[in-house]
Design a protein around this ligand. Structure first.
Ligand SMILES: Nc1ncnc2c1ncn2[C@@H]1O[C@H](COP(=O)(O)OP(=O)(O)OP(=O)(O)O)[C@@H](O)[C@H]1O
Ligand SMILES: [Mg+2]
Length: 433
């Protein structure tokens, strides 16, 4: 803007001087001499002087303008390099105009190596280069700040780092729409988050394994009794074909039961989580089957009313969340030594979403802390019993992975003519993500 107004100003002066020279120079010559030959000579000279003066004038003006331009570029570079966050300036031609020092330091790439979006995306994003380029292309038409999200970047020495990018339009530079992108290095944060997810999953796995072990006791003892029975009867010569068939059937049935409990949860132990179609009813049945025995032992009754419908989401994540919620109820029942113990599960759906409500009759959560239960490391339990990440992770899984919502409140209700109170968790999930 500044450059173009100075250019206009200079052109105007040039135009006026030329005009004066054109209109009045001949009159001036006639004042000096009336000799036509001298006048012709002087007119020739005049033309030459005009050309020389114009050239000198244009030379100095261009120099002045480029100096101004370089000065402003220098200033911009200084500002860029003083920024603590990695920053990049690029235009709609896919040219990267500038990156700052911290950008070079953290990625290991020198400006020359990544002076185009093409080179940068290919080097930093590898397989995802196309996807990132598409996002970048969509930025030029936006005239606001954009939270572009978190990206994994490959540095020059093959280190993976995570950057959270924000972009904003930087006006028109040299006739091209230009964008400024600043990044926040969230590598450590992401690592920590990953560790927490892992830690929380391990806790849920521990819970599942403990329950599987509990479930296995019965069939294992059946197998062992049947096989020692056959051996003893054989030794005493009283083994009949009927006994063999009956015992083998029993062993087979028990073995199938063992394999089913493992099959149901095999997916949960796999590291990669995939979106899948599943029935919320099945997920509950699986969980209640697996923890049911142990919860029976704790005298916890599940009372459920579950609609039969399918959703497309992360089944494993839902298992993890439900186990966290059930385990919390179990802990409070034990802590408060509650006699009659109920967990009510209510699942319904409408056109767009599924609603899962889980409430217990353990007395509820004190109003002083109810707003804090989803915070990381918030726990009212002894260090050995709780880390306080169960509900934090549950909220992360529900909101970030499953694109749903989770809230908690206290509820008072009647069951079998008796008054109860307890925590009520409501989860809403989209039917498809
Ligand atoms: N059903 C409930 N009734 C009463 N209080 C609850 C209930 N569920 C959770 N809370 C409270 O919320 C706190 C946070 O729960 P959260 O699951 O996040 O952590 P934690 O159970 O203490 O530890 P962790 O799950 O990591 O082992 C609990 O310490 C407890 O005080
Ligand atoms: Mg917990």
């Amino acid at each position: 803007m500044k450059n173009s107004s100075s250019a206009f100003f200079i052109s105007l002066i040039y135009f006026l001087i030329s005009l004066i020279l054109l209109l009045f120079s001949d009159e001036l010559l006639f004042l000096i001499t009336k000799n036509p030959e001298t006048i012709a000579n002087l007119q020739d000279m005049k033309a030459w002087i005009f050309i020389i003066i114009s050239s000198i004038f244009i030379y100095f003006m261009i120099k002045l303008l480029t100096k101004k331009h370089e000065k402003s570029k220098d200033e911009l570079e200084k500002i860029f390099n003083s920024l603590a966050s990695p920053t990049m300036l690029f235009n709609e031609d896919g040219k990267i105009l500038m990156i700052n020092k911290i950008f070079e330091e953290l990625t290991g790439y020198k400006y020359k190596e990544i002076d185009t979006i093409e080179k940068w995306t290919r080097k930093a994003y590898g397989e995802k280069a196309l996807e990132v380029k598409e996002i970048i292309n969509s930025l030029y038409s936006v005239d606001d700040i954009v939270d572009a999200g978190v990206f994994q970047i490959m540095t020059k020495n093959d280190k993976k780092i995570c950057w959270h990018f924000n972009t904003a339009p930087f006006g028109i530079k040299n006739g091209k729409r230009t964008i400024i992108a600043t990044a926040l290095d969230v590598t450590e944060l992401k690592e920590k988050e990953k560790m927490m997810i892992q830690q929380s999953k391990m806790a849920a796995m521990g819970e599942i394994l403990e329950n599987i072990a509990h479930q296995w006791r019965q069939p294992l003892s059946t197998i062992s009794t049947a096989s020692t029975g056959i051996k003893l009867q054989n030794e005493h010569g009283i083994l009949t074909n009927e006994i063999i068939t009956e015992s083998m059937d029993m062993i087979n049935k028990s073995a199938q039961h063992l394999s089913k409990t493992i099959d149901d949860f095999r997916g949960f132990f796999k590291p990669d989580q995939k979106k899948e179609f599943f029935k919320v009813k099945h997920t509950f049945e699986k969980i209640i089957m697996i923890i049911g025995n142990k919860f029976d032992g704790e005298k916890i009754n599940f009372i459920s009313e579950i609609e039969d419908f399918q959703i497309l989401n992360y089944n494993n994540a839902l298992i993890q969340v439900l186990i966290n919620i059930f385990t919390n109820s179990k802990d409070v029942f034990n802590e408060k030594k509650i006699k009659d113990r109920f967990i009510f599960v209510d699942v319904s759906s409408d056109e767009y979403s599924a609603t899962i409500q889980i409430k217990d009759n353990a007395g509820g959560i004190s109003s002083k802390i109810i707003d804090k239960v989803f915070e990381p490391y918030f726990t009212t339990k002894h260090q050995a019993q709780g880390t306080g990440i169960g509900l934090y992770m549950s909220e992360e899984l529900i909101t970030k992975h499953m694109k749903g919502k989770i809230k908690v409140e206290n509820s008072k209700f009647l069951y079998d003519g008796k008054k109860y109170s307890g925590a009520l968790f409501t989860i809403t999930l989209p039917l498809k993500i």
